[in-house]
Design a binder for this molecule. Structure first.
Ligand code: OXD
Ligand code: MN
Length: 613
């Protein structure tokens, strides 16, 4: 049995609760060595991982790894929220009794780290000194070195974060055991993987993967699921899968902050890292705070909603990241940034990486190039020649500080005051470019009915949304009715209310399918309109579903869209909206105890659409 106390003592880790926790899991998993990790260990761990072939060099100060071929994404159906209270069961949280899940996980993890090192990763999911700090401390145990390397990039990592806690026993216990990936029956009826957040015990136990949200437990399991539960149980805050940006008007000196949720594949990271379009660059600056998670609270001192990004890095999807879609992301993964790439294509000879969309065509010279599975491109069987080189969920992992337009105050413990909360789906018709909502219940209602269109006929009925409330469907920790009530309470307690808006960059021409709005940098334009609306500088045009820009209010200087295209994306298709309202009703009916304010908002919008005839 490994000497836990000696190992923790060497690292200067004195918190007795942490010691007891590590001892318990070291014994159960049978780990052979214990190593406590701080950010300062990065260079050494990188050196060891390179020497062991776990990662490969990808140019100066950048690294590459491949995951096991059946371990490439979060698995929603294997992810569970457990508590001791059956009333915590919701529609999306896959609730199970804690008393059932803990023994099951312990059984799977018993002896499963034999011969391995258990890395002890003390971390903080918040800027130090944040008013929410007591919900942010955690200790991840992992038997995978690349997971420890990712945690160093994605969270603030160091012994001091958990050795000086106000309540030394109050930290999230986050246990990650990889398991024998080749023997877990991924995707079969006998699938052994199991990813459980025991929310009322603030304990996370994930078994059977070393990829992304399944394994970096600070990010999604703690930063979203556990934090959402804690925010609700304490009544203090919201934890949402939201991006967070700052917009400065250099002319007036005013600074605004916008956060918001987008279902996956709706351009959230691109929006978060956006630069202003050339025509607006003299006047506006956009600062990046975060691309994936925001914690929101009402500040009792000034009555505003404040947000922090609890993360320390970006775990971004590589696919389609290019000089056009996201030049800021490319700079954030440039040589010297310490970036880890996973499951992109890799060149053995030049150490370059490539993914679909990085350049219009793949590299012409195939020498040395391997796809994400490690197969030489030049030797792929003919039936695979059209297959992507990079996995569609391949990623880059880099720290926030590497993003060139990171906000100067991204580390401010207080967070930033929120002016606007936006929701954005991917909808080919019906949803205008932007519609603003000034009523809290209607804003929350809009978030609850957020969705992205089924992209292939096989995935769903044409035009029908896959609803993804607040973009939190995979991360919901407690029942949706209570979630809506908590939103109304937290945001409603602020004296100074943010404005809400729904945005859609994805309307298409029904004839030839082309996008009607250029998107990317030009997405700043509707956001500026929204902030001006909040300031009373423009009035907009009231419609049954919100306020849309009136003629001439949107700054379109330099936008390549025809008047006809603009007319379409700035109008309301009442018959299509009425059809959508029927789907919304069925969607909302699933949720027990949905607050009456939300139903009233739904009925108000429906009645306004009827009156519009
Ligand atoms: C996700 C992520 O899975 O951000 O949503 O990685
Ligand atoms: Mn995410």
């Amino acid at each position: 049995m490994v000497d836990v106390h000696a190992a923790l003592g060497r690292a200067g880790l004195r918190n007795v609760h942490v010691r007891e926790y590590v001892r318990y899991w070291a014994e159960l998993t049978g780990a052979e060595r214990i190593e406590v990790i701080s950010t300062s260990d990065d260079a050494r761990l990188i050196g060891e991982a390179l020497a062991d072939g776990e990662i490969l060099p990808a140019g100066e100060g950048r690294y590459y790894s491949r995951s096991y071929v059946k371990d490439t994404a979060r698995s929603e159906e294997r992810t569970i929220v457990a508590t001791s209270n059956p009333a915590d069961k919701g529609v999306y949280n896959n609730w199970r009794p804690a008393g059932e899940m803990r023994p099951l996980l312990e059984e799977r993890m018993r002896g499963a780290s034999a011969g391995k090192t258990m890395y002890v990763v003390p971390y903080l999911m918040a800027p130090s000194g944040s008013p929410l700090e007591r919900y942010a401390a955690g200790v991840q145990l992992t038997d995978c070195r690349t997971v420890a390397l990712h945690m160093i990039r994605m969270a603030r990592v160091g012994v001091h974060y958990i050795d000086n806690l106000a309540d030394p026993g109050s930290f999230v216990r986050a246990v990650h055991v990889t398991g024998d990936l080749a023997k877990l029956g991924q995707g079969t009826p006998d699938d052994q993987r199991c990813f459980v957040t025991i929310a009322d015990e603030r304990t996370i136990v994930h078994f059977g993967s070393s990829y992304g949200g399944n394994a970096l437990l600070g990010k999604i399991a703690h930063g979203l699921r556990q934090a959402a539960y804690d925010g609700w149980a304490s009544g203090e805050f919201l934890a949402e899968q939201f991006m967070l940006i700052g917009i400065t008007d250099k002319l007036t000196g005013k600074r605004y902050h916008v956060c918001g949720g987008f279902p996956s594949a709706s351009g959230k990271t691109n929006l978060a890292m956006m630069l202003p379009p050339d025509a607006l660059a003299d006047r506006y600056r956009v600062d990046f705070y975060g691309d994936d998670i925001a914690w929101l609270r009402a500040d009792p001192d000034d009555g505003k909603i404040y947000a922090i990004n609890p993360e320390f890095g970006v775990f971004g999807v590589a696919k389609d990241t290019s000089e056009v879609t996201n030049p800021t992301a490319l700079a954030a993964v440039a040589p010297g940034t310490g970036t880890l790439f996973t499951n992109v294509a890799y060149n053995d000879l030049t150490h370059e990486v490539w993914w679909e969309g990085r350049t219009p065509a793949p590299p012409a010279d195939l020498a040395g190039w391997r796809d994400w599975t490690g197969t030489l491109i030049s030797e792929r069987p003919t039936e695979d020649t059209g297959a992507p080189w990079a996995h569609p969920n391949s990623r880059f992992t880099t720290t926030l500080a590497n993003v060139p337009n990171v906000a100067p105050d991204f580390d401010d413990p207080k967070g930033v005051p929120i002016d606007a909360i936006i929701f954005g789906g991917r909808t080919r018709d019906r949803e205008p470019l932007i519609r603003a909502i000034t009523d809290l219940a209607e804003g929350v209602y809009d978030g609850l009915t957020l969705g992205a269109e089924a992209t292939f006929a096989a995935e769903g009925v044409e035009g029908l949304l896959r609803y993804d409330p607040m973009s939190m469907r995979p991360f919901m920790a407690y029942p949706e009715g209570a979630y809506a009530a908590h939103w109304l309470r937290v945001i409603g307690s602020a004296a100074s209310q943010p404005i809400f808006a729904h945005v859609n960059w994805f309307q298409r021409d029904p004839e030839d399918g082309h996008y009607l709005w250029p998107g990317y940098r030009d997405n700043l334009r509707p956001l500026i309109w929204l902030l001006r609306l909040k300031e009373g500088e423009v009035r907009g045009r009231q419609t049954p579903v919100g306020i849309i820009p009136a003629h001439g209010e949107l700054d379109l200087d330099g936008v390549a869209a025809t008047p006809e295209e603009l007319r379409t994306i700035l109008s309301i298709d009442t018959p299509r909206w009425k059809q959508e309202m029927r789907h919304r009703e069925r969607h909302l009916e699933q949720f027990a105890e949905l607050p009456e304010e939300i139903w009233q908002a739904h009925r108000r919008v429906a009645a306004a659409l009827d009156d519009a005839d």
